[in-house]
Design a protein around this ligand. Sequence first.
Ligand SMILES: NC(=O)c1ccc[n+]([C@@H]2O[C@H](COP(=O)([O-])OP(=O)(O)OC[C@H]3O[C@@H](n4cnc5c(N)ncnc54)[C@H](OP(=O)(O)O)[C@@H]3O)[C@@H](O)[C@H]2O)c1
Length: 319
Amino acid sequence: MKAIQLSEVGGPEVLQYVDVPEPEPGAGQAIVELNAAGVNYMDVQARIGANNPTLPLIPGGEGSGIVVKIGEGVSEVAVGDRVAYTGAGMSYAEKVCVPSWRLVKVPDGMDIEVGAAAMLQGMTAHYLAHTTYPLKAGDTALIHAGAGGVGLLLIQMAKMAGAQVITTVSTNEKAAMAKDAGADHAILYADFAAEVMKLTSDKGVEVVYDAVGKDTFEGSLASLVPRGYFVSYGAASGPVPPIALSVLNPKSLYLTRPGLGPYTATRAELEERAGDVLGWVASGKLNVKVHGRYALKDAADAHRELQGRLTSGKLLLIP
Ligand SMILES: NC(=O)c1ccc[n+]([C@@H]2O[C@H](COP(=O)([O-])OP(=O)(O)OC[C@H]3O[C@@H](n4cnc5c(N)ncnc54)[C@H](OP(=O)(O)O)[C@@H]3O)[C@@H](O)[C@H]2O)c1
């Protein structure tokens, strides 16, 4: 089968379209023939070597398609099911082997590609808004990169919870998209902490959801209310340098660096989050914006667009 593989870390050009052996299912595994694989910023970070990946690597952590084979002891899905997943690697390929407990069924009538677009970023927005810092009416949240894949979904979930949303973006065009998603205020990054203080009458925000990292860390700290929550869930601009815990002390702040894995570590929690996200999408309550679709062989172009900050919403690879 065809897949995208990298044998060295580097620029988008290291994403090579190659022939690889088809996967076979072991016990508790299923083979999914993919209709779409989701592209996520973490794939860019894997490609540039941020987490010292083991090479060669087929990137990608999310997709949707049809179950074509199952291994021994699989009870969650059957051959022919329309499924979506995240939390299994090697998704930039025609077929992928997934632990069956990570597979959820795509609701009848829902475009199967939207399953690939909603799982990783949708469940991330879900755990951030509902579990890491459960938003409620009366809160104000600062959401960085509000026109991004996670950003657009997190804005919508924050509004569903009744919170006020201030979001940062890099262009006026992205500001309009973030406002369309429900943001009360969309501001540019320059001097954002001062702007947040102005918008909150010098009070600050109860929570900052920050996936930009290095460039926004200081301003995010300055934007919080005393005893506020700093949720640092990504590093699109580069990792936050080591900090002294004492920076949290003047306002008695909480700081967490969460990841999706521990928030979907059991079948029950995965089913609950995926059920909410896919259910909201199917009912029209949550809009998943697909920014673009690329043929699998053009994965490098998808990475160029995402890393170049030219997207708002989801990119998909179509095998
Ligand atoms: N911890 C978790 O569980 C988890 C799960 C999913 C994603 N993430 C993280 O969440 C972030 C968003 O992921 P995503 O897939 O939805 O990507 P995305 O937000 O669609 O794309 C990244 C966005 O970051 C912004 N950005 C700010 N500074 C940047 C820089 N120096 N270079 C590139 N982009 C920059 C850009 O928006 P502007 O142009 O508007 O600034 C860009 O569009 C990533 O950091 C990702 O690693 C974390």
